[in-house]
Design a protein around this ligand. Structure first.
Ligand SMILES: [Zn+2]
Length: 445
């Protein structure tokens, strides 16, 4: 009797030199979909492959992990966590370098939308950033692990806080950053590269309460985010790292362990084999300095190249700042509307200028704009309202990716701008950035 737990196909048939062949991949996907039954269309091919690989192609185990993950995502409301670019006023929760114009370079600033535990965590961290890409086009996350204030971290941060922050960062990385990186690379990017810099590491970092925080993160990733790690480079490891590693190793799955490269002090060559010098900070052997940003490539409170975050102080989000990008995803065949209320008591007024700018950030297909108007206190503008502009094509292809619409009006009331994403569009959804100005001032909506 054949064992039910592995794929029907022999592992040797689907792998070549440890890498999944194209035919092997198709075979695994087909078998996994059959096993999942009617729920199979909830998942894309890449997702199925990640879970299958994580469980060494034992598809019943992969199915169990996938179902547990789906249940966890539902019970924790993971899908509804607001994400940068997809939801208004949602900042990125770490430092970002090298993804312009999609994402402006940014140093974490405590503005509206940043949970209070994030600056507390970053005050204890040696510094972190998602810094440019490696040679495969994967985003590179750098953490100066050796500079972490482990004792302060364990004292000031609850495990749920670190986990919540980590989940938000993962969701941002997978659902916002990776789709863009895939587009740039011309193939699917669903993993990231990580560099842990242990420079500065000492015995004080062997602090059990802090280690248990890191362990919670490793456990979470292995349970619910399998196969999201491409490669992990641990560099500048001191002698005492052997002790630490013998402990940490036990937390990790064999699949994860295979991706860990421990590089000691001679790490330059290994890193440069994987990351171009212009994409690698100088302190890691490259020639990037990010001198245009405070703190350079990887800002660090501990190194004092940026000031500590003031706890309990939230700065208002600056609506004119390029970080306050308002954007929404619109599904194929769906629409989204933006409402502007213009009220003007000034009798001498020459009227109001309304300007709306759209930019298509992602997706291909026809987008139409319709503008409606309703006098204040009138019937619901969404159902009635006077059509000022019938649905008009504003984007049809990638080359026409910005659109500007202006009206000058003396009529006060509600103006509604409705965007439709054509049901016959090439992409399943599109992401549109938008900004409305009334009399040249940004309008809050
Ligand atoms: Zn840099």
């Amino acid at each position: 009797m054949s064992k039910k737990s592995t794929t029907k196909s022999n592992k040797n048939d689907i792998l070549e030199g440890g890498v999944l062949t194209l035919e092997g991949k198709a075979q695994v996907i087909k078998e996994f979909r059959e096993l999942l039954g009617k729920d199979n269309d909830k998942y894309d091919d890449e997702c199925l492959i990640r879970f299958a690989v994580a469980r060494s192609f034992q598809l019943d185990k992969a199915k169990q992990q996938l179902e547990d993950t789906t249940a966890w995502r539902e019970s924790e409301g993971i899908e509804s966590i607001p994400l940068p670019l997809l939801n208004p006023n949602t900042p990125v929760l770490y430092n970002i370098r090298g993804f312009e114009p999609y994402l402006p370079d940014w140093n974490l600033t405590v503005i509206e939308g940043v949970p209070d535990y994030v600056p507390r965590i970053l005050n204890c961290f040696g510094g972190n950033a998602v810094h440019k890409t490696d040679k495969d086009g994967r985003g590179v996350y750098i953490e100066r692990l050796g500079l972490h204030d482990a004792k302060k971290l364990a004292k000031d941060i609850k495990v749920e806080e670190l986990v919540n922050w980590h989940i938000r960062c993962q969701e941002f990385s997978h659902r916002v950053l990776m789709p863009e990186l895939s587009k740039r690379a011309g193939n699917v990017i669903d993993k990231e590269t990580i560099i842990f810099d242990c420079d500065g590491m000492g015995l004080h970092q062997l602090h059990m309460p802090a280690l248990s925080l890191y362990r919670a993160i490793a456990d979470l990733d292995q349970r619910y985010y399998p196969e999201r790690l491409g490669k992990l480079f641990v560099v500048n490891t001191p002698f005492m790292f052997v002790t630490l590693w013998s402990l940490v190793k036990k937390w990790l799955d064999p699949g994860m362990l295979k991706k860990v490269h421990i590089c000691g002090k001679d790490f330059k060559e290994t890193l440069l084999k994987n990351i171009d010098a212009e994409n690698l900070p100088t302190f890691l052997g490259g020639n990037c300095t990010c001198s245009h940003m405070p703190g350079g490539c990887v800002p660090s409170v501990i190194l004092k190249n940026i000031p500590p975050f003031k706890i309990g102080e939230t700065l208002p989000s600056q609506s004119s700042s390029s970080h306050d990008l308002k954007s929404n995803r619109i599904l194929k065949g769906d629409s989204r509307s933006y409402e502007v209320i213009v009220a003007n008591d000034d009798e001498k007024s020459n009227g109001n200028n309304i300007e709306i700018n759209f930019k298509i950030l992602e997706g291909e297909g026809e987008v139409k704009l319709e503008v409606r108007f309703n006098k204040l206190n009138g019937s619901d503008v969404k159902n009635g309202g006077k059509k000022i502009m019938p649905p008009k094509k504003i984007f049809g292809s990638k080359s026409e990716n910005t659109y500007n619409y202006k009206i000058k009006t003396k009529e006060t009331g509600e103006y509604l701008f409705i965007l439709y994403f054509n049901e016959a569009a090439k992409s399943d959804s599109c992401v549109i950035e938008h900004q409305i100005k009334v009399n040249n001032e940004p309008y809050e909506y």
